[in-house]
Design a protein around this ligand. Structure first.
Ligand SMILES: C[S@@+](CC[C@H](N)C(=O)[O-])C[C@H]1O[C@@H](n2cnc3c(N)ncnc32)[C@H](O)[C@@H]1O
Length: 232
């Protein structure tokens, strides 16, 4: 089964209205891209998570297993998952409810719709795991591109972790070169990249792809401050 087949195999099972109200923010980020007059809240961790100063963000969280696993492991932190797929987020919401998580929210939007609404230095970690390889615009990957790195750099706290995992070697090579050539990030490991990925709960994508014995290629980098340009 190809990746598109995996996505089609996700059934649309709406959660209860209570679970939706508790976990899914219906803020209209995507519509606000076309209509800046629309009033959508900024992503303020203090408002989302009872005064917390930062949150961890999964971009393309899909059906939410990895983020729910992390949220259960670290109840003191806040977690936000963003994905444009409603049916995937329905599964994520149902899982969060079944685990009775109190520190997780999901947003339905493509990640670039969030950029104007992110607050500086409020994100402790960003996860991009198994991004769709065919999602491209004007020759650039729609998620992992120079604008994404710049926006995440501004939104992240110093020392914050950016974790990227892919089973697609061509996409991974492209992203590795992009990150290595972008100032403001340093590798969190001595190796050029890592092999394998063992989150607390594996996603349905990872479990299916592992049946084909495809390796997961992984890159972890940390934000470091950009050098200031000296004034003449
Ligand atoms: C192959 S799935 C991986 C899901 C999850 N990260 C995992 O490990 O199972 C890729 C996900 O990226 C989402 N996606 C596609 N374009 C996106 C975008 N522009 N912004 C955020 N997520 C996106 C898709 O809806 C899909 O859920």
């Amino acid at each position: 089964m190809g990746r598109r087949g995996l996505s089609r195999s996700i059934k649309r099972i709406p959660p209860s209205p209570q679970a939706l109200a508790r976990y899914l923010q219906l803020w209209r980020y995507e519509e606000a891209k076309a209509d800046p007059a629309l009033d959508v809240p900024r992503l303020d961790p203090a408002a989302l998570f009872d005064g917390r100063q930062a949150y961890e963000l999964e971009v393309g969280c899909g059906t939410g297993e990895v983020l729910c696993g992390l949220a259960a492991e670290r109840p003191e932190n806040g977690f936000v998952g963003v994905d444009p797929s409603t049916k995937s987020l329905f599964h994520a919401v149902r899982l969060a409810e079944s685990m009775d998580l109190r520190n997780i929210r999901f947003l339905r939007a493509p990640v670039d719709a969030l950029y104007p609404h992110l607050l500086d230095e409020t994100v402790a970690a960003v996860y991009v795991h198994f991004p769709d390889p065919f999602v491209r615009a004007r020759g650039q990957h729609k998620v992992l591109n120079p604008t994404f790195l710049a926006r995440m750099h501004a939104a992240m706290r110093a020392g914050g972790l950016l974790s990227i995992v892919s089973d697609k070697p061509e996409l991974f090579d492209e992203v590795l070169e992009l990150v290595e050539g972008t100032p403001g990030w340093e590798k969190a490991h001595a190796e050029r990249f890592l092999m394998g990925f063992e989150p607390p709960i594996k996603s349905r994508y990872q479990r299916k792809w592992e049946r084909f014995e495809l390796p997961a290629l992984r890159l972890e980098v940390r934000k470091r401050p950009l050098a200031r340009t000296a004034c003449a």
